[in-house]
Ligand binder design. Structure first.
Ligand code: MN
Length: 721
């Protein structure tokens, strides 16, 4: 083997830096001696390629040395202790974070094409933990992955596909989160090729054909743009036409039924100008010349993307009315968009090496890298390594949305986040005091999923009083942990108090108002089943959320005695309520004015051509011509599904859309609702009362609990009709 064929060269380093890199190179060369890659080439090719990438990104000598050494502990006899003794703690941290565990069992693959890939979680956990100590570890890892993808074809098919998919699901999003646009595109296209070889080559052919047609167009457009800008006094240093990368086209195609002709942003033109003012000037000139699609103008300079991306985007009817996307940015923005985190090192390697590497301590870390610091919090908040990895994946690799506060501050949340997540992202105290939320000016339920660019305004109460139900829909680890912590920390008294307010309304169906009214024998057996000393212990369990009300109810009132004596029980066949009209089944419809429900007395009215309209007997809209009225009764089916008729009374803070939210919540559970009425008082509170038919009292308890989760609802009580 020709040793001289592998070398690492860089002209950026001198003195001790150069000496460090040379030592690292020598160590790697010795350690990997005799090893080959699957392609048959000397193994050293790999660490050298990774080091070259890292060098090209402008990282410091430590990072380059660590890149050279990154596989030494994993693949050779060299130990962490050896590295620590020879190269010191910083490089050891980097190498350790990059060392994969090979001894532990790999997690079996998820079924192909379904669900999320299980990456080797332990390795990911180590990588992320190391990155909280030194963010350079992520950059070296990405360089490592890039080279592995470039040389993937020498691996067996199955392994190729696994690595390709893992790269699409973990490493491309990671590059995106680091703002490294071109690396993300490169990883995606390399992976796409191995993950879906057929789709890849089909698409490549299609795109090439379509591009051939646009090449001349692009040349003309670039010339035209250069003229327009120069004529307006803007010095555009570079006007570049380019094609979207294949994987992003592949993803977009799904949205237009695979018709590539419908994608008008297949190509884009990039205008690079000297400064920010020139960006807006250029935008004005371009809009003066070509009409823009108004909804596609995006100012990511004033409001950068969560990963720090800055640029102006516009889509215009360009030459011959052809719709074309144009991106305008400065050189610095351009470098950042392409290189992201690496650009920060590149522009200020001095600052970079000292400040940026430690995500946990620095104030100079770019704001878009907040999440690296958050990883530290995540770790502190997670009970286990698995939980940490799950949380980190949620934070890092799920799609993100960004939303605004009413003042225009930008918040970055995972897709599916709710106003509660937003409130906690603003501040824990805002989160804990959340009362309701306005999204784009409209009051919405707190479990509403936010959309990109929503403006979210949180209405707060004076005192913190989070709702335990928030845990069922809050998406971010941060919000969930703060909610749980609050309930954990709430004093016993508070837990007893809130446990009581949860439990006692639900005792009413059984005829008890207070827990003390329960027969002594029931209480004794309840204490016994929870090994509790006094009843307040159990109520506190409910208050802190470790025991649910329905669990306690089921212990207290086992199924056979579930139905309290004297409670109205109805038997009726169908939820829609079938009606017999004068003992025969005529076509009928229920009158929308009074929507009768069982067991209300009925009267039918024969309409012309539409059969019989069935009203409540006392409906005021019932026409008075007696000869067209008919007797109607509810049909009782022999199966006799028994249902309870219950009346619920809800104390609410009045708001627009409240009734709609309440009824839709009931409808979601599949129950019938009737006789809804509401009474407002002067203080903006309202009392909503309605009848609901429900299979049993346990379900009633669940429904009451659900209703309490609707924004504005303060108390739900069950009253005997
Ligand atoms: Mn490697």
């Amino acid at each position: 083997m020709n040793k001289a064929s592998v070398q690492f060269e860089s002209d950026r380093f001198t003195g001790t830096d150069l000496a460090l890199i040379e030592r690292a190179y020598a160590r790697a060369e010795a350690a990997h001696a005799g090893q080959t890659r699957k392609s048959g080439e000397p193994y050293l090719i790999h660490p050298v390629a990774v080091a070259q990438t890292v060098d090209g990104w402008g990282l410091d000598a430590e990072a380059v040395a660590a890149a050279l050494l990154h596989d030494v502990v994993e693949d050779t006899k060299v130990t962490n202790e050896d590295i620590a003794a020879e190269f010191g703690p910083a490089i050891t941290t980097l190498v350790q974070g990059l060392t994969k565990l090979t001894g532990i069992e790999r997690i079996p693959q998820a079924d192909e094409g379904s669900g999320r890939l299980d990456v080797t979680n332990e390795n990911l956990r180590r990588l992320l933990l190391a990155s909280t100590k030194d963010v350079r570890v992520l950059l070296i890892k990405l360089a490592d992955r890039r080279h592995n993808l470039q040389t993937l074809s020498s691996l067996p098919l199955e392994k190729r596909r696994r690595i390709a998919r893992e790269s699409l699901e973990v490493y491309a999003p990671l590059a995106d989160r680091l703002g490294m646009g071109s690396l993300k595109a490169e990883i995606e296209d390399l992976s796409f090729r191995f993950w879906m070889p057929e789709e890849y080559s089909n698409l490549e052919r299609q795109v090439r054909a379509s591009m051939a047609k646009s090449d001349r167009y692009l040349v003309k457009l670039r010339y035209e743009l250069a003229q327009v800008l120069e004529g307006g006094g803007v010095q555009a240093k570079l006007v570049e036409g380019r094609h979207k990368h294949l994987y992003s086209i592949h993803k977009k195609l799904a949205k237009v039924d695979g018709d590539i002709e419908k994608l008008y942003d297949l190509i884009a033109v990039r205008v690079i100008v000297p400064n920010e003012a020139a960006c807006y000037q250029a935008l004005g000139l371009i809009h003066h010349r070509f009409k823009p699609l108004i909804y596609r103008i995006k100012d990511y300079i004033a409001v950068p993307k969560p990963n720090g991306y800055r640029s102006l985007h516009t889509t215009v009817f360009a030459l011959d009315g052809r719709i074309t996307e144009i991106q305008i940015r400065t050189h610095e923005m351009h470098a950042e968009a392409e290189m992201g985190l690496a650009a920060h090192f590149y522009y200020d390697s001095q600052k970079g090496s000292e400040n940026y590497k430690a995500g946990g301590t620095t104030a100079t870390m770019p704001q878009s890298l907040e999440w690296v610091r958050r990883l530290n919090e995540l770790r502190a908040d997670s009970d286990s390594g698995q939980e940490f990895v799950d949380n980190a994946k949620l934070e890092l690799f799920n799609d993100r949305i960004f939303v605004y506060s009413p003042k225009g501050d930008l918040y970055d949340l995972p897709e599916g986040a709710t106003p509660v997540d937003f409130a906690f992202a603003v501040h824990s105290l805002v989160g804990l005091r959340t009362l309701g939320a306005r999204v784009n000016g409209k009051l919405v339920p707190l479990d509403t999923q936010l959309e990109n660019r929503d403006v979210v305004d949180i209405l707060t109460k004076r005192e913190p009083s989070p709702n335990r139900d928030w845990l069922t829909f809050a998406k971010t680890t941060h919000a969930r942990n703060r909610i749980r912590a609050w309930f954990r920390a709430a004093s016993r008294e508070a837990n007893v108090y809130s446990g009581r307010t949860l439990l006692e309304p639900q005792l009413r169906p059984w005829g008890y108002r207070r827990i003390e009214e329960l027969p002594k024998t029931l209480i004794a057996s309840l204490l016994d089943s929870y090994s509790a000393r006094e009843i307040d212990d159990i109520i506190a369990f409910i208050g802190e959320g470790s025991v649910s009300v329905s669990q306690v109810l089921r212990r207290l009132f086992p199924a056979e005695s579930a139905r309290p004596v004297g409670h109205p029980v109805v038997s009726r066949p169908l939820a829609t309520g079938r009606v017999l009209v004068q003992k025969t089944e005529l076509p009928y419809s229920l009158a929308p004015c009074c929507s009768p429900v069982y067991p209300q007395a009925l009267t039918g009215y024969i309409t012309r051509g539409k059969g019989v309209t069935v009203h409540r007997r006392n409906c005021r809209n019932l026409p008075s011509d007696a000869d067209r009225l008919v007797v109607c009764t509810w049909e009782l089916d022999s199966t006799e599904t028994e249902r309870l008729v219950c009346v619920l009374e809800l104390s609410c803070i009045n708001r627009v859309g409240l009734l709609r939210d309440l009824t839709s919540r009931v409808a979601k559970s599949g129950y019938n609702i009737a006789n809804i009425s509401s009474r407002d008082d002067d203080e903006g509170e309202s009392l909503v009362r309605f009848t609901v038919e429900i299979p049993d009292l346990y379900e009633l308890g669940t429904l009451m609990h659900d209703l309490e989760g609707v924004a504005g609802v303060q108390l739900v009580a069950h009253i005997n009709p």
